[in-house]
Design a protein. Structure first.
Length: 520
């Protein structure tokens, strides 16, 4: 795909930008009577209950977020380890009642708390689970069996060769309407934000368990969608996560075409609104053959590194990782902060958050030490750091001041005028040189930049809670963000934003709900 036309991605990006004009002109409203169902449930499929007494990720949280924990491959994957990965990535951690309905929060954040990302398991035989293709149901903490038998070779055919010798691969999909109900066409961006933060949890949990996990964005879309039995223009594959590559017995080759599935699932809503630009953009970024996936993964060129500024430079401090809580405690505590106290955060904590979030991510399209994402931020109140806008220079491991700020209203304005992000101590804007990335990676480079930004925001979430503060994600006025951080950010586009700071209330920890609801 390198060098191919990438106009579709740019057209979509421009069409879904937020501005004061676009927000003011929108006639969209939320039809609460048509709100999508919280869970996807199949009818008439065998269901396998996952064990409730699964292990917990007890390693130091900052080390796990960075990827500096046990040697990969130290642990055999069985159904207990799979349950641990599924729960701490996408399990239910909080249960609330609104009127007559229960509502659930999950281990990783989601835009609008709508949770459009579904997880599937493509597994060889592991202790406690037969080989097959499964859908994860977080409500019942169970797996629905879609296919019986070992289909890992089908993932190799689709461009994920490491899946052949890995015990299992997780597939991330997006149920498009579940998020488009609120965010309309812009929700395509959220496919990658919301799957990225789940991937951040998965990678940290895998690191804690000593399991090697690699995330794959280069795959033949139609083959993965067909394997999972996804309904066209309703649900689509976003990413694959290959877990435990190496020690497992290789899957047998496939000698017959994969049969189609005729599956019946619950309806999301009484009515769904179609947003054709979402599917046009997704289809324009698809890979068609295995050889195309191979070349796409090798197509990212070296990035242009920013030249250090001659203005104020503040070297980041070494994080005190030994003092961090366990990863399971951090994931259960994590939420989206609803009110910040306007209290300062320490430069030590800011240093820890940045360094934990900017580390290498095992993504198939990223060569060593490469990234599509640059960290910009507004510091409203950080001890030892003058209020202003900053850029993180990964080469010097320091933050460089771009502008001095007199008040904290700018960060709130850029985040659609939300007071929450004026109150935040720091607001990160993760940006990318979109033209450069698309020239290398084609239309699919748009997915790649949004997904990598989502993973890094997931790391910001986790590391913020690990150092004892809170975080909340936000949307933004696209061009206003670029303009504010320019001239340094000339030509760059914001992918995602997140505010961090001291919550104005004491956050309560969530729970491992499957253990609470297990039948005695």
């Amino acid at each position: 795909m390198a060098g191919n036309d990438f106009s579709s991605a740019l057209t979509y990006h421009e069409a879904t930008k937020h501005s004061e004009v676009s927000i003011g002109a929108s006639a969209h409203y939320l039809d609460w009577d048509n709100k999508p169902a919280q869970f996807k449930e199949y009818k008439n499929l065998a269901s396998i209950a996952l064990p409730r007494n699964f292990p917990r990720p007890k390693e130091n949280s900052i080390s796990a977020i960075k990827g500096e924990t046990k040697d990969a491959g130290a642990k055999q994957i069985d159904i207990g380890a799979l349950s641990e990965l599924l729960f701490f990535s996408a399990g239910l951690t909080r249960k609330m009642r609104f009127g007559k309905e229960f509502y659930y929060m999950r281990a990783a954040s989601a835009t609008g708390a709508l949770y459009p990302i579904e997880l599937y398991v493509i597994s060889g035989r592991i202790p406690g689970l037969e080989a097959g293709v499964y859908h994860f149901n977080p409500l019942h903490f169970s797996l629905a069996k879609l296919r019986e038998g070992d289909y890992r070779a089908a993932l190799d055919d689709a461009g994920s060769p490491d899946s052949l010798s890995a015990p299992l691969t997780l597939a991330f999909t997006s149920l498009a309407w579940r998020n488009a109900w609120k965010y309309e066409a812009r929700s395509y961006r959220h496919w990658f934000w919301d799957s990225g933060v789940i991937a951040a949890n998965l990678l940290a949990t895998s690191n804690s368990a000593g399991l090697s996990t690699k995330v794959v964005l280069g795959f033949v879309d139609s083959e993965v969608d067909r394997l999972l039995g996804l309904e066209p223009k309703k649900e689509a594959a976003v990413a694959l996560a290959v877990v435990g590559a190496g020690p497992s017995e290789r899957a047998p080759r496939m000698h017959m075409p994969i049969p189609s599935l005729a599956l019946e699932a619950n309806r999301l809503s009484k009515e769904e609104v179609d947003y054709p630009i979402i599917w046009e953009t997704n289809e324009a970024s698809q890979l068609k053959t295995k050889s195309e996936t191979d070349s796409w993964k090798r197509s990212l060129g070296p990035s242009k590194r920013a030249v250090p500024l001659t203005t104020s430079v503040f070297p980041l401090r070494e994080s005190e990782e030994d003092l961090s809580p366990r990863l399971d405690e951090v994931i259960l505590l994590r939420g989206s902060t609803r009110k910040f106290a306007q209290d300062p955060v320490s430069f030590d904590n800011l240093s820890t958050i940045i360094q934990a979030s900017a580390t290498k991510i095992p993504l198939d399209f990223l060569p060593d030490n490469e990234t599509l994402i640059d960290f910009y931020f507004i510091a409203n109140e950080v001890q030892g750091l003058p209020p202003g806008s900053y850029f993180y220079n990964v080469n010097t491991n320091s933050v460089e001041q771009l502008k001095v700020l007199k008040n904290r209203s700018v960060s709130g304005y850029l985040c659609l005028g939300q007071q929450l992000f004026s109150d935040a101590s720091v607001v990160f804007f993760l940006m990318t040189d979109l033209d450069s990335g698309l020239k290398s990676l084609g239309n699919r480079g748009y997915r790649a930049a949004q997904f990598e930004a989502g993973v890094r925001v997931g790391k910001i979430y986790l590391s913020s809670y690990a150092v004892g503060i809170g975080a909340s994600g936000s949307t933004f006025f696209d061009d206003a963000v670029t303009e504010f951080f320019s001239p340094h950010a000339n030509g760059k586009s914001p992918m995602i934003a997140v505010g961090v700071g001291v919550p104005a209330y004491k956050a309560r920890s969530g729970k491992v709900l499957p253990q609470m609801t297990a039948k005695s």
